[in-house]
Design a protein around this ligand. Structure first.
Ligand code: SF4
Length: 230
């Protein structure tokens, strides 16, 4: 996770600390690349806190990190970035996409009716537009998103959100169970059984997704390399 440990937002499901972030560390991209090199990684997932305090939302830093990894690791390493919404800033998205990550991931997280309680500082349509804009910039880029279930959504809402993602150009999807990080976070409204996850996976495949990971422990970077190559 780059760009520090303090997020400028405060999503009600997330245990990342909210507060005033520190200034951006220009050496971080190379340090991340060095760590990936030392770990002999072939597939690197890079994410960040949301940095609404920065004009570019941290896009240049993402791009620098992608380039540092690709230039440092041997044998054509793959990089997946899990990006914030950049407040819908097309230029910021363009900076990241132009650095040529192999997968561009942005989590929609939940259905639109739950945005006011789960992601009050985000906007469902803005996130869909961001995902759609990836292929406007680079038509061949793999676009990925993820949904948490168990916050109180209905099956019909989930099906609609999966459809929305697909029609906005998303071709890889992860679906996992929400778990409450602390008592101060949103409560779990429902635990989905493995059969329900199978039903969701089947629905996603019927909608058109070829690459689906759905299960209680699935998170957005779950088996990311297998999902990318599968
Ligand atoms: S923007 Fe991302 S990191 Fe920040 S609180 Fe929300 S989910 Fe967590």
């Amino acid at each position: 996770m780059i760009l520090g440990s303090q997020c400028t937002r405060n999503c009600r499901f997330c245990n990342v600390t909210s507060g005033s972030p520190l200034s951006v560390d220009p050496d971080e991209p190379m340090r991340v690349a060095k760590a990936a090199f030392d770990l002999k990684l072939k597939y690197v997932v890079v994410t960040s806190v949301t940095r609404d305090d920065l004009e570019d939302g941290g896009a240049f830093h993402f791009a620098a990190t992608i380039k540092a990894i690709k230039n440092t690791l041997p044998d054509d390493p793959k990089v997946e970035v899990l990006i914030p919404d950049f407040k819908g800033n097309f230029k910021a998205l363009e900076i990241v996409v132009s650095a040529n990550p192999d997968v561009l991931n942005h989590n929609i997280e939940t259905v639109p009716s739950l945005y006011p309680i789960a992601r009050p500082e985000a906007n469902y349509q803005q996130s869909l537009d961001l995902l759609q804009n990836v292929n406007t910039i680079n038509a061949s880029m793999q676009v990925k998103s993820g949904i948490m279930v168990g916050l109180g959504e209905t099956m019909e809402e989930l099906e609609q959100t999966m459809t929305d993602l697909f029609v906005h150009g998303c071709n890889i999807i992860t679906i996992g169970q929400y778990l409450q990080p602390t008592r101060n976070h949103l409560e779990v409204e429902k635990y989905y059984s493995p059969d329900k996850f199978k039903e969701l996976e089947n629905k996603a495949r019927r909608i058109g997704f070829k690459k689906v990971a759905a299960g209680p422990f699935v998170r957005s970077s779950y088996n990311a390399q297998d999902l990318f190559t599968g």
